[in-house]
Design a protein around this ligand. Sequence first.
Ligand code: HEC
Ligand code: HEC
Ligand code: HEC
Ligand code: HEC
Length: 185
Amino acid sequence: MRKTLLAVVGAMVVLGLVSALSYSQQKTFQYVGVTKCKMCHQLKPRGEQFQKWQNSAHAKAYEVLATEQAKAVANKAGVQGDPQKAAQCLKCHVTAYDAPASAKSATYKMEEGVTCEACHGPGSEYWKMNVMKDLYDGKIQPASVGMTVPNEQLCKTCHNEKSPTYRPFNYQQAVAQIAHPVPKQ
Ligand code: HEC
Ligand code: HEC
Ligand code: HEC
Ligand code: HEC
């Protein structure tokens, strides 16, 4: 009798854990926007990743769609209307354009262009200090908190022949051009 009771209680604990685990796996990681990352990643000892990004073409990827050049590009590609409103352009010129609204937090802004999260993944579960440190120290798996490890394949989801202004993409050179390392202590 006692044994059965223990077994039942044991099974309930295990089931509880399993459902808690599957719940955490189902959590939607949300895009939080670049202001969250700026807080910590504008600091000099950390490597000023924010400033490096801000001075890169990626930070201007939405703005550039308002230029005369963009209108000409759109025209030639047969895209009607304002390029800043055209899905055919936005899908490569802003972060996560095709992601559902549920994956975007209130602080996400399309106007920020191609942001940190376009390459590193939605930040809602990893931007807190303790998580960031554990990630950096290799104590947790990036994917478990929504972080993507950027590689050549990821860049080529945008840097490919479907870009109306496509230029051959050399990964080594391009990565060097946008480098933003954490300084070695
Ligand atoms: C509360 C401070 C804080 C915030 C906010 C923050 N980070 Fe970090 N991040 C850190 C720290 C600390 C490290 C470890 C490296 C270091 O000491 O600078 C780090 C490391 C990283 C790394 C390297 C991880 C690795 O495993 O090599 C990436 C990528 C990163 N952050 C991206 C982001 C992005 C994208 C955002 C915004 C969504 C963000 N961080 C927001 C503090 C922060
Ligand atoms: C498949 C992804 C992709 C699509 C779709 C896309 N772009 Fe781009 N766009 C890029 C990339 C990547 C660059 C950087 C240069 C390059 O390799 O084309 C760029 C650069 C630009 C530039 C800057 C000029 C330059 O030579 O760097 C303009 C303007 C532009 N795109 C306009 C548009 C317009 C307008 C549309 C929609 C009709 C569009 N793009 C659709 C990826 C894309
Ligand atoms: C266009 C893609 C792209 C964007 C945008 C981008 N990163 Fe990165 N980031 C990378 C790549 C690629 C690496 C190098 C990964 C490696 O070394 O394996 C990297 C590395 C890092 C690292 C780790 C550096 C180290 O020394 O370990 C941090 C921290 C980081 N990024 C933060 C940011 C933050 C914060 C932003 C926005 C302000 C940002 N990144 C924007 C692609 C990007
Ligand atoms: C979400 C789409 C997207 C992703 C992912 C992306 N880029 Fe870009 N990238 C762009 C767009 C759009 C531009 C042009 C923006 C402009 O001219 O204003 C650009 C411009 C650049 C430029 C400036 C030179 C040029 O060709 O205009 C470099 C360098 C670059 N990207 C490197 C990278 C690297 C390296 C990665 C991967 C680690 C990457 N990008 C991932 C969309 C993307």
